[in-house]
Design a protein around this ligand. Structure first.
Ligand SMILES: O=C(O)CCC(=O)C(=O)O
Ligand SMILES: [Fe+2]
Length: 210
């Protein structure tokens, strides 16, 4: 495919993954979800998130009443499964980095799910980008600046699109306003999967208890 389009410092790669690559990645993610079942996260303030989540890699991002953090294991007590090779290949292609990510956060958006405007700032080193891969239904992605009050611009992310949040956009506010539920046939039953790949850094992974 072509290259990246820059929007407010976000590198947007429309249609980077073709249909076959998307289907193969979904197959790989089924194995991830079988090993690390989707969770229904709650914010530290006690609000249920509409997105269901799990993770792959050395660390998984978690939220519950105790806070936002990276944990070395799924709440089941088992290690997170490895990040699929198909997913790591996308990271290497769009970042050109020799360092692989520690975490692949898996977000599943069912009908009506969304994600409020936020910054990704629980990682230890913001010199590494966050890479986002979209699969399934289209979603309206809002991109802002590093200040909450900065103006925003939105794009409909489609299946196979990739976004890199790096450089000036690494700490930019972003979120998903809504889904066009059923707009893609990639996932039986509809919905959207978003993967975010993150370099977490040893120092910010919670010491394993229980
Ligand atoms: O679903 C998306 O496209 C964005 C997800 C996101 O921002 C996150 O998981 O931190
Ligand atoms: Fe995010």
């Amino acid at each position: 495919m072509g290259g990246a389009v820059m929007i407010r410092g976000f590198a947007y790669w429309p249609g980077l993954l073709d249909g076959a690559a998307q289907a193969a990645m979904v197959g790989d993610l089924r194995a991830v979800v079988a090993a690390a079942p989707l969770l229904s996260p709650v914010t530290p303030g006690g609000r249920a998130m509409s997105v269901r989540m799990t993770a792959a890699g050395r660390a998984g991002w978690i939220t519950d009443r105790r806070g936002y953090r990276y944990e070395p294991r799924h709440p089941s007590g088992r290690d997170w499964p490895p990040i699929p090779a198909s997913v790591l290949a996308v990271w290497r292609q769009v970042t050109g980095l020799a360092r692989d990510p520690d975490c692949c956060l898996v977000n599943f958006y069912g009908e009506g799910a969304k994600m409020g405007l936020h910054q990704d700032k629980d990682e230890g080193d913001f010199s590494f980008p966050v890479v986002s891969i979209s699969l399934g239904d289209e979603a309206l992605f809002r991109m802002g600046g590093v200040e909450r009050k900065d103006g925003t611009e939105s794009v409909w992310l489609r299946s196979g699109d990739v976004v890199v949040m790096g450089g000036a956009a690494r700490l930019a506010w972003h979120g998903i306003d809504r889904l066009r539920f059923g707009s893609s046939r990639l996932l039986a039953g509809g919905g959207r999967i978003n993967l975010t790949l993150r370099v977490v850094d040893e120092g910010v992974i919670s010491p394993s208890t229980s």
